[in-house]
Write a protein that binds this ligand. Structure first.
Ligand code: SF4
Length: 739
């Protein structure tokens, strides 16, 4: 992967010469020939550049990573990999990785510690905290992928506090779909005739397989409409781009629903047979016409009606794509936006229909049989998810990630583990997040010196890089439909370069130090064998193929039992009205809710953000290759509408100052950052847009340090009451020319 530099080559030559003792002439031609002809091994893995889990082959030559390639069968990437994948793979050699366990000795200062010492010290401190304060003061803040090992430790000590990063990403969506449908349905791009994407950009928050499916759909004549304040990458290939006023997607969705119902274009039979709460929704929204929606969202009423009619004409092979981060962590009304999305799709009658929305293609993995253990009862969750009088409707499986400092201040959190997560950079308000350091014990389990590790951890326990480890099989299902479930798996392609460990071995060491007897009596390989046994393949089979496709097709059938709809909702039907929301004093159905804040005056803008195809939040911010792409495209700039920029005398390439005040929980703090501007017609005038992946503030990450700014710098760590998300686009900034 990395060509041998002249310096490395000379060093290798010098070492070879020293080893030979006798003065032997070094033959460069033979050396190059030998290196070129060295055998190549090919090992399957899954990319760690984002949550998509694209399956890849890692090619290894002379013990070094040579290249990576996508696995053609894998549904999420169809043989392709995005730029991030290559940058993240090359980062296995990044000099800013944490190379051994470390213990804090001062502000930003760490000293090496052995694994055994680290386990003993952490184990002792954790045991004391549990004895004195209770296990419910121990929190695991992970990424949320598949951290069953962490869950086992929490079960053993009696903590309910498994928290994922999802509330900083998309929980409004999963919460609404879980409560209204009991499933996260996925869009059948392969067969759709009409696709409406709102706040979803498969070309920026890239998913290679989704983009390939979209392009094939376009070739066969499917219509693609993208609604986004910015001409995002997906909008560039769409038939239509509608630059909506940011923060008003709910109005647009309600306008479409109104047209479908008032013009009797909706699937009445589907609604009669499978929906609960239609009348309640309609009586609450009968007056919310397309015209009313148009006044708010800046898309003409005639266009809203035309889209509704086109959706209906092509239904059920048509969908409003359910979305992901794009709308579901952004606004006070994000939960209602997701509710309205469910309702528009249900009105089209596209649930469990080819070309519409299908269940995720998820394999039914087998399970490792482990001896039953006597475990203590758990107390309430520290973050308040699912707790009466706190956040009763927030999903227990995901929790609330952004307010760890609040839990510490209220005495609800004493010990925090942070795994494959970096809240100081990926959650709102880094100055607030730095207070994580005030916990009695903070243990970071990263691969690199990220901001959370550097600024808050008492101990850093470095994990093997993804290319150095075997991980249990994963499903590729979710987001996009596929006819057959698939499993993918990581195998170690490289020997660990540093003194790091697999997460399972870290937790084995820690639990042993806490005198917990044999909590993990298995290896990853044994776990993988048990999981795959249920599918009809083996670990060896996975190593051979890189991706296994289950032969049993996903069914296009609405779940039924004894002749009745049998979704896992209370009524078995699609619930337009969520009873749990009503129980807690909210409306069960979505109605228009205006944004919390709106720009006023010439210099104020809503701050919105999105992904570029070569960066993923903070994980790529220190990649020399990906930051080189940023430099060559001048990619860290703030986008600003040309008309608005002209009025403020701001030109393309100028430096501007962004200012806001973070006022939250009785505190008020000004924030001021400077950034270069890209002036463009391709953005709604009400907002400015920041690419994410920048604003690294870990001095130990030399490539990304202080490059660009980040949207989280300007947002308070708020919690939206129904789903726990951060509302990070409820932020107004003032923009002025100059630094
Ligand atoms: S989309 Fe790109 S970064 Fe994400 S898993 Fe796939 S290849 Fe990796």
């Amino acid at each position: 992967m990395r060509p041998m530099s002249r310096r490395t080559f000379l060093k290798a030559g010098a070492l070879a010469g020293a080893a030979c003792a006798a003065p032997v002439a070094f033959d460069f031609a033979s050396f190059v020939k030998g290196a070129a002809e060295a055998p190549v091994t090919k090992v399957p893995s899954t990319c760690n550049g984002c949550s998509t889990n694209c399956a890849l082959w890692a090619y290894v030559k002379n013990g070094r990573l040579w290249k990576i390639e996508g696995v053609p069968l894998a549904m999420k990437n169809e043989g392709k990999l995005c730029a991030r994948a290559h940058g993240v793979a090359a980062d296995v050699y990044n000099p800013d990785r944490v190379t051994q366990p470390m213990k804090r000795t001062g502000d930003g200062q760490f000293a090496p510690i052995t694994w055994d010492e680290a386990f003993k010290e952490i184990g002792d401190r954790l045991t004391k905290i549990i004895d004195k304060d209770g296990a419910d003061k121990v929190v695991w803040l992970g990424h949320g992928g598949k951290e069953t090992y962490a869950q086992m430790l929490l079960d053993e000590i009696g903590s309910a506090n498994y928290v994922t990063h999802y509330s900083t990403c998309f929980t409004s969506k999963t919460n609404a779909w879980d409560k209204m449908v009991g499933a996260q349905l996925t869009s059948d791009i392969n067969r759709a005739k009409y696709m409406l994407f709102c706040g979803r950009n498969y070309g920026g928050g890239i998913m290679p397989g989704a983009m390939r499916k979209i392009m094939r759909a376009k070739d066969r004549g499917a219509k693609i409409v993208v609604v986004d304040p910015r001409l995002c990458e997906l909008a560039k290939v769409a038939d239509e781009w509608l630059p909506i006023r940011p923060g008003t997607d709910l109005a647009f969705f309600l306008g479409i629903a109104h047209t479908l119902i008032s013009e009797k274009l909706y699937d009445e039979k589907f609604v009669k047979d499978y929906v609960f709460g239609f009348e309640e929704f309609w009586s609450a929204n009968r007056s919310f016409t397309a015209e009313k929606a148009a006044e708010l969202c800046d898309i003409p009423a005639a266009k809203i009606r035309a889209i509704a009619r086109e959706l209906a004409k092509n239904a059920p092979a048509a969908f409003l794509e359910p979305g992901y981060h794009g709308l579901h962590n952004h606004y006070a009304a994000s939960t209602q936006i997701a509710q309205a999305n469910v309702i528009v799709n249900a009105l089209l009658g596209n649930f469990y229909k080819h070309g519409g929305l299908m269940p995720a293609a998820s394999p039914k993995f087998g399970q490792l049989r482990l001896p039953k253990r006597l475990q203590p009862e758990k107390g309430p969750r520290a973050d308040g998810a699912g707790v009466a009088n706190e956040y009763p409707t927030v999903e227990l499986s995901r929790g609330i990630a952004q307010d760890m400092p609040g839990l510490i201040a209220r005495g609800k959190l004493k010990a925090l583990f942070v795994y494959h997560n970096n809240p100081l950079r990926t959650a709102p308000d880094p100055e607030y997040q730095k207070r994580i350091a005030k916990a009695d014990l903070v243990v970071a389990i990263p691969v690199d010196w990220n901001e959370t590790a550097v600024h808050t951890a008492h101990y850093i326990l470095p994990e093997h890089y993804y290319l150095e480890r075997m991980d249990a099989p994963k499903s590729t299902g979710g987001n996009i439909a596929h006819d057959y479930p698939q499993a993918v798996m990581r195998f170690p392609a490289l020997k660990p370069l540093h003194n790091t460990k697999h997460l399972l071995d870290i937790l084995k060491g820690l639990s042993k130090a806490m005198k917990i007897d044999d909590l993990y009596p298995f290896t990853v390989e044994e776990e993988a064998a048990a999981m795959l046994g249920g599918l009809g393949t083996t670990v060896a089979g996975m190593k051979e193929s890189g991706c296994y496709e289950v032969p049993e097709a996903v069914k296009a059938e609405f779940p039924m039992k004894d002749g009745q709809p049998a979704l896992t909702t209370t009524t078995g039907r699609v619930e337009f009205s969520v009873g749990a929301f009503k129980l807690h004093g909210r409306m069960g159905v979505p109605v228009w809710i205006p944004p919390l804040v709106s720009p006023k005056g010439e210099a104020e803008f809503r701050l919105i953000h999105g992904k570029q195809p070569w960066h993923s939040h903070s994980v790529t911010s220190n990649s020399p290759y990906l930051m080189a792409i940023t430099r060559s495209y001048n990619g860290a700039r703030l986008w600003m509408n040309r008309g608005r920029a002209d009025k403020l005398g701001i030109g393309d390439g100028d430096t501007v100052t962004l200012e806001t005040t973070i006022a939250y929980k009785g505190e008020s703090r000004p924030v001021r950052k400077t950034v270069a501007v890209k002036v463009t017609e391709m953005l709604h005038p009400d907002c400015v847009w920041l690419p994410n992946g920048y604003g690294n503030f870990s001095p130990k990450q030399k490539v990304g340090y202080q490059q660009g700014v980040n949207y989280n710098d300007f947002a308070p760590a708020r919690v939206e009451a129904l789903s726990g998300s951060c509302m990070v686009q409820e932020v107004i900034v003032t923009v002025r020319k100059g630094g």
